[in-house]
Design a protein around this ligand. Structure first.
Ligand code: NIG
Ligand code: FE
Length: 391
């Protein structure tokens, strides 16, 4: 059986993320074409050299980029935190404890409601160009509620993260040690079969360094790979712990010492920055420039959740990162595609190179720079996922 090939032509600027295929770190090809074969990219290069294909799609002068890889979201939730957002915009601070509101709503929701919610937000993200998504539990905090969240998540993505250690469950608020024992015992046993990753919110008001180490180590012993919510609201041990345990990613990285930056730069742990959270909590921005100049690998993701960052838009995060975190448009685009893939230890996504997954977005713009140059404008106007056009 032969697979149909589709050539996408008339692309003024195409980001491959492979320096061998084009200009600069983005491997930019001008006047480009792309050939898809089934679910993968078969060929990419200058249009003049494009091979014949069975079908042709005219991009009509739109730029092409790899589909976004959103390596950090919390989509297994129910309810809404509009009141809390309003209170923050009146000057109240963001605190980890707000998570309890969503825990109560999530526990009360039916499976069908959770399924409908995650389907809705993943579709919203897909239509904005996100073709790979990670998502996590963390609003159940009982063995049953955490494992059901992960079972539902696993129907939608392979990148599922067990975050039973989001906060100490309100049921065991007086006995954090008992909650850590539950998370590392019965809850982990029930959750590990449905997840690829284990995560901990290492923060004042959530879990300290020793508790986080115990949870991540137990997760590792069950075959889960660590990632860490680290140094979001304050300085702390999260980043060093992530590096020590070879976590794929330390996420947030808002409050970093020089030693934290050095540790990230000399490790295989990606610094995943989540500017939607700083936007929505009116907090200080993470310093992407400092991390990049030190040689760290930086990813950009949405952190989509109803509390601290209720956006599914990677383009919005790119615009914030360029405006407020010292990134160039090229660096931000790389971070939201190849960077996200690195944070998930994936090489098949986040790039448009022969053999990669045929995941891409077309922009109503001549180049990817417009994602930051024209903030807030819905530029993503075409999306292919696994070789199928979904928008
Ligand atoms: O990544 N930091 C911890 N967890 C989420 C917030 C969750 C919430 O407020 O509901 C975050 O920002
Ligand atoms: Fe998060």
């Amino acid at each position: 059986m032969t697979t149909t090939t589709t050539a996408i032509t008339n692309i003024p600027s195409l980001v491959t993320n492979d320096p061998a295929l084009g200009e600069g770190p983005l491997g930019l090809v001008e006047d480009a074409a792309l050939v898809l074969e089934g679910e993968t990219v078969a060929w990419v290069g200058p249009a003049a050299k494009a091979p014949q294909a069975d079908e042709t799609y005219d991009a009509e002068g739109r730029a092409a980029i790899p589909g976004f890889v959103d390596s950090h979201s919390h989509l297994l939730f129910a309810g809404d935190r509009t009141k809390e957002f309003n209170a923050r915009m009146e000057g109240r601070p963001y605190e980890a404890g707000g998570i309890r509101t969503t825990v109560a709503a999530t526990r009360a929701a039916t499976d069908a409601e959770l399924e409908a919610n995650v389907t809705h937000y993943l579709r919203e993200a897909l239509l904005q160009g996100t073709t790979t998504f990670e998502t996590k539990s963390g609003y159940g905090l009982t063995t049953e509620d955490e494992s059901r969240a992960l079972r539902i998540a696993a129907r939608h993505t392979d990148e599922v993260t067990f975050l039973g250690a989001h906060i100490v469950s309100p049921d065991l608020a007086d006995d954090p040690a008992a909650y850590v024992a539950l998370v590392t015992g019965e809850m982990l046993d029930a959750c590990a079969p449905h997840a690829r990753w284990v995560d901990v919110f290492c923060e004042k008001g959530a879990f300290d360094g020793d508790q986080a180490r115990a949870i991540l180590t137990a997760g590792k012993a069950k075959g889960l790979h660590p990632r860490v919510h680290a140094n979001q609201l304050s300085y702390g041990p999260g980043v060093q712990l992530a590096v020590e345990l070879d976590a794929a990613s330390a996420d947030h990285c808002t409050h970093l010492t020089d030693a934290d930056v050095d540790a990230l730069a000399n490790s295989g742990t990606v610094a995943t920055l989540l500017p939607g959270a700083e936007f929505s909590t009116r907090a200080e921005w993470p310093d992407a420039r400092r991390l990049l100049d030190a040689g760290a690998t930086v990813a950009l993701s949405t952190d989509c959740n109803p509390g601290s960052s209720f956006t599914s838009s990677v383009p919005f995060c790119i615009a914030l990162a360029v405006r407020d975190m010292g990134m160039t448009p090229d660096e931000a685009l790389w971070a939201a595609t190849a960077g996200g893939a690195a944070a998930l230890r994936r090489t098949d996504v986040g790039r448009l190179t022969p053999g990669a997954r045929a995941d891409l977005a077309l922009l109503d713009a001549p180049s990817h720079v417009h994602l930051a140059y024209r903030p807030g404008v819905p530029l993503v106007s075409g999306v292919w996922r696994r070789g199928t056009r979904v928008r």
